[in-house]
Design a protein around this ligand. Structure first.
Ligand SMILES: [Ca+2]
Ligand SMILES: [Ca+2]
Ligand SMILES: [Ca+2]
Length: 196
């Protein structure tokens, strides 16, 4: 196993066949290429600075097995995941992106095989669940969003609006949509309900 834990994580980094940890703890993951490979890996980009980005313009391949990818930005005008591409690979993976400006901006997230749980709060980008039953969690209520059916065969929908008003997500192969209000209430929709 490798544990690469720094204030800011950047550059190409290779994982092992065992469980690895890659973390940028205060200024996130920036322009990195992380290949986590097999076994359950944790990839954490945390940014505590104003205008900070949790995972910034990085290519992340979590590889097989049950991985966790977190892009967490906590200060003002911050973004969880900006740009780049994140492949969660096989296994039941978890991805969480949170920021005060948006969870994601221009993000490309691919859950791959397995039952993946993706929570991006709100924002812009492309989210693919891949095969098996996947869920996407967004902040707010279903009233905050417009969900437009694009292709029922591939289960592609476009989600706009959002609590920030700027959300524009193209979502494919995700079977369950969860709207999570700050008050704690949640609403759950099957993708088929958007193609009624
Ligand atoms: Ca892995
Ligand atoms: Ca997966
Ligand atoms: Ca799926």
């Amino acid at each position: 196993m490798v544990r690469v834990v720094r204030d800011i994580l950047t550059g190409p980094i290779e994982g092992t066949q065992d469980s690895d940890i890659f973390a940028g703890l205060t200024s996130g993951i920036v322009s990195a290429e992380i290949d986590a490979e097999a076994d359950a890996d944790l990839i954490l980009g945390r940014n505590i600075n104003a205008n900070g980005i949790g995972i910034n313009q990085s290519l992340i391949d979590a590889g097989p097995d049950e991985d966790q990818v977190w892009g967490v930005a906590t200060a003002e005008n911050s973004v969880g995941i900006l740009g780049g591409a994140i492949e969660l690979g096989g296994g039941n993976d978890v991805l969480v992106a949170t920021g005060t400006q948006a969870g994601v901006i221009d993000a490309l997230i691919d859950g791959g095989p397995g039952e993946d749980q993706i929570n991006v709060q709100f924002g812009t980008g492309v989210i693919l669940g891949g095969t098996d039953e996947d869920s996407l969690t967004l902040s707010g209520t279903s009233q905050d969003y417009d969900v437009m059916p694009i292709d029922d065969l591939l289960e592609i929908v476009q989600i706009t609006g959002g609590v920030d008003g700027n959300t524009n997500l193209l979502v494919g192969q995700v079977e369950t949509f969860i709207f999570q209000d700050p008050s704690g209430s949640t609403e759950t929709f099957d993708v088929g309900e958007f193609f009624g």
